[in-house]
Write a protein that binds this ligand. Sequence first.
Ligand SMILES: [Zn+2]
Length: 112
Amino acid sequence: MPGVDIKKDDTVRVRSGKDRGKEGRVVRVLPREGRVMVEGVAMAKKHQRTQGRRTSGGTQLQQGGIIDIETFIDISNVQVVCSACGQPTRIGHRTEPDGRKVRFCRHCESEL
Ligand SMILES: [Zn+2]
């Protein structure tokens, strides 16, 4: 499947949707679901409840509110940005002479 080579901490660019053109760091990958979570991308508002917390001085209220969280997007909607040439790229695979399997950038052939 194309795209499943994306790993945590890769920098990716969003290719479609409302965040098209944005770049961010991958924070989570769900390879089997084919979904990724990218820092600052696909933000959604989440309501947090006000919670009571017991302390030695009584009950302290932790104020709830609306927070922004990332949501998962389809892995096919992002492309890895090569750290060497800075371009969104397709990923290739090759085996090094020492037997390591590495990913490489199809533009500049740098190891990713
Ligand atoms: Zn490159």
